[in-house]
Design a protein around this ligand. Sequence first.
Ligand code: 9MR
Length: 449
Amino acid sequence: MVIKSLRTTARKVVVVAAAGALAATGAIALAGTADAATTLGAAAAARGKYFGAAVSAGHLGEAQYTSTWTTEFNGVTPENEMKWDTIEPNRNQFNFSPADQITTQARGRSMTIRGHTLVWHSQLAGWVSGLDATNLRSAMVNHINGVMGHYKGQIYAWDVVNEAFAENGARRSESPFQQKLGNGYIEEAFRAARAADPAAKLCYNDYNTDGQNAKSNGVFAMVQDFKSRGVPIDCVGFQSHFNSASPVPSDYQANLARFASLGVDVQITELDIEGSGSTQANNYTRVLNACLAVSRCTGITVWGIPDKYSWRASGTPLLFDSNYGKKAAYTAALNALNGGTTDPPPENPPPSGGACTATVTTNQWQDGFVGTVRVTAGSAQVNGWTVTVTLPTGATITSGWNANRSGNIGAVNFTNVSFNGSIAPGQSVEFGYQGTGTGSGATTSCAAG
Ligand code: 9MR
């Protein structure tokens, strides 16, 4: 017993130390542990995700602001400093120093940095909107090259295009990019971005796309089209600005999962929820649990640190009050990140020769669960797989993502979908399911081919 508990402790230390680096590589569901983390960043890292905040360079001189950021968070998005009007105020004259103040500190702490944003109709430098189509196209590509080039290798994910859709699911007509370059401008921007920094994840980011609706359906169709034609796109950002007029939708998690099923990561990019007390706290819990339940949800960013600096301060939408006191919403967020039970990770090495292994991580709540299954190739490439998950008695799967499924109780077979059947030697893919009852204790087996 003593030896086992020492081994377990040692493993947890390794997991926490590795988690920051893993967070930068994508969604890897690591163990939630009995040893609750005491900061948002550490708790998220233990789940293989980042927890960031939007930061303004202008507040960095305030000691409590900077210490709260660097203590609590392991990620950052410059709130305004990378927007076009700040970073390229005149044609081909770049002003990187406000953003650099943030990225320098973030890099020193190995934070996950989101770049926000390259192509957006708002906070656009005045000189851009007067250009004709030819000049606008070259200015757009030059902007992408200039900004992404400066930060090459430093940015986890870029919001390449921001807020390009209207509420009815059509393209937003007031964008000069839309008006002069037509529908193709988003694809052009993503292709230029891939060339400028091949290591960065390329995201499309928007608001009011948090549930299934006309607008998110429009974005969904675009992402589906991009994936089918090989246009580079890696992630979709869900801003998640909520209040009583725009509450957390009931299908929030399902909407994240349907985008993830297209083969892109999803990220919660600008989270804030107006309100106070337990109502606000419960809403934060819902949002965080949704991200935790979707393996391709790689991280969460709150849109500011203390309420007083929020873009809508009167709605007190953040996790810290204006004196940096931790609100009920903070505690709820930390608990959600620390919550859930997790089956121990496998201790056997993966098999050799074209075979595969599967492990399941179960996030259990009172009467339901989400299982995240990781399928790993042995020493040879896997081309197609079937994973059998044997559920405990009484557990029933109600939905799933990133795999085809037969059955919902007992021994349930999952086979790969089109985009995750091929697994390179030693690499992994993930799929998931949600259900009712007790899912902890499920066992798995994997057959390749
Ligand atoms: O938080 C930002 C605020 O300081 C700016 O004044 C505002 C200007 O448009 O932009 C805010 O951030 C926005 C983000 O860049 C894109 N999504 C909506 C955010 C809130 O307006």
